[in-house]
Structure formats: structure tokens, C-alpha cells
Design a protein around this ligand. Sequence first.
Ligand code: PLP
Length: 378
Amino acid sequence: MSVVTAGKIWLSSPHMGENEQVYVKEAFDTNWVAPLGPNVNLFEKSIEYYIGNGVNVAALSAGTAAIHLALKLLGVTNGDEVICQSFTFSASANPILYLGASPVFVDSEKDTWNISPYLLEKAILDRISKGKKPKAIVAVHLYGMPYNVSELKRISETYKIPVVEDSAEALGSSVNGVKCGSFGDIGILSFNGNKIITTSGGGALVTKNYEYKEKAIFLATQARDDAPHYQHSHVGHNYRMSNVLAGIGRGQMEVLDDRVAARRNNFDFYKLKLEQLEQIEFLEEPDGYFSNRWLTCILTPSFEIRENIRVALLNEDIESRPLWKPMHLQPIFEKYTNYADGTSFDLFNRGLCLPSGSNLTTNDLERITDLILKIFKS
Ligand SMILES: Cc1ncc(COP(=O)(O)O)c(C=O)c1O
């Protein structure tokens, strides 16, 4: 994403509220231009309040950094296996490799497009039978749709394997009123530029366990021991969020609910306009599920039709994107074990993410849907 040109419609662009610059200016005025300071503390508090359910939050430089620290806190190390949802962005899986561990990829269910509880349990039993009990599970609320939280909880408790809840795309989503980010042993958020709210770049670790928060901050600030000089007994990272960027985050938290409402309106608009095309499918919310509808995705009848739509949109300066290519099919990950049944491959082939920013106008949405209707009519 570079310079915004008139007429171009982006997939998901940043959408600032009223106070972001006020809080950034505060950081300059008070000279808190550092990876700590009042904006960081207040940003963390606002997320803790928003998610509720007794969570503690550590603001970090990226969601990827949060996954790396989460796995480290759960004791993942060289030679371990970690189960990871295959249908996701590569950042869910890369930190497993940072730690010298191996990912084991598990395919998706059709109801939520997220990790299949059936295949997950099958994978766990198979790994255990081979003497390789997985150390953790990385499950993802993709495109804002929550994964099957009750089944994941049951499986995690039955086999005593902790869950890293990748909520990078799901801030504002919930199941039966409980917000995403608070379901796993450790949750993570992303505030990357394309997310529902952004700090330009940033992330957070979310946990009910206060000790995890303290340890995450310790590791994220170069793991300095308590001494007047610089002393280190652990390998540290430089992963803390800056106080300047946390100022943007404070402003963004004030408009988060508006951003969720706007993205859900996008979904409703697309559905209303495109429902007449029987060949197009939308992912519906299971009972009790509430998706922030970060991106509205459609399923087309075939790869060819998906590509026709994507290219036609592109020719009109409208950005859309195929659904995530599953990790077990990525060149970097294909050598690792997988438990796949073709579900995510099919989604990847036929699925398209439509422009979904909270700043889209009705005009933009009409331009997009008119074009898609025209393609089907011709
Ligand atoms: C599912 C998922 N996990 C992890 C990440 C990583 O977050 P970040 O870009 O903040 O490192 C992202 C987004 O970028 C994501 O979409």
C-alpha cells in the first residue's frame, strides 16, 4: 500500500479517527518518544477494558512478535512440534521456525473456515502415538470469524496442550458475548496497517495470566536482569511498542466499535447486492458467533470465475485478493507434516476477499458490486 490515488479502491486501508494526532502530539510535547510511556500504558488499559474477561495486555511491535513470545512463554523450543492452522497468513507459522520447532499443519472446517476440531484431534492422537506430543496449538480467527472455541477448549483441556489464539484479524469479534483474544492460554492481536484498527505497525499479547504479561515485557525489552549495569541471563528481543505509535492506538480504540459496524455494513451491502447471484456464497456466522467482518470474502463456483472477477476489478483500479494460500502448500512449509482434507485448498482456489475498509463509501461499494453483477450477466 503506497500513496493513495483518487479513484483507487483499496482492500483495507487505515481509517483514522479524531484523536490519534492529539495523543501522538502528547508524546512529542512530553518527550515520551520511547518504547514506554503513558500512551503505551493507556493503550494497553483500553484494550484490557475492551476485551474484558480479566485479560492483561502487553503492547508490542507486531502481531508476529506476540506469537513468537507466546510460543516462548509456553516453553516451545528446539525439536518440538507445534500444531498450526494451515489456512492462515504465514506470520501464524513463522515464529514456530524461529524457535527451531516444527509446524504440523491442520486443515479447516467448512463452518468457520478455521482449524477443524475433527482433524485437530486426529492429528494430536497421531502425533502422540508417534511419541511427538505437540507443545502448543496455534488457532486463528481468520477474516474475523471466530474458530470453534468450545471444541478447541475441550481438545486443549483433554490433551493438556495450550492454545495460542491468533486474533490478529479478530479484534471486536466474539462468541456468546465473550470477546476474541480471551479464549486461548495466550492471545495475540495485530495493529498492522490493513487491520480493523492500526498503529501503523504493532501488535499485542493478551493473557489472563499476569505473570505471562510481565515475562513478555521482560523478553520484549532485551531481557535485562535487575541490576544497575546491563546484565542478561536470557536471550532478549526488541519487541516493545513505541509510545508514539501507542498514541495512534489510543485514538483508534475510541472508534473501534464504529469500525466494526462499518465493516459489518460492508458485508451486508455485498450480500444484499450479490445474493441474486446464486453461484456466490458468503460465510455465515454460526449461532452465537459475531464476526468483525474484517474482510468480506466470497466463494465463487471455480478458480476461473474467481480470477475473472479479480482481474476485472483490478482493471478498474479495485484491489481484491484470493483467500490465503494454505501453509501446507507453501514452498517454505510443504516439507512439514500436515493433516489436510482439501478444504482450505478449495477455499483458496475459489475464494476472493473484496474491498472491506471501514472508510468505503456507498459509491465505492456500488462500483464494486455493479462490476461483479456485470461479469455474471455477460
Ligand atoms: C492471521 C494473522 N496472524 C498474524 C499476523 C501478524 O501480525 P503482524 O503483521 O502485526 O506481525 C497477521 C497479520 O499481519 C495475520 O493476519
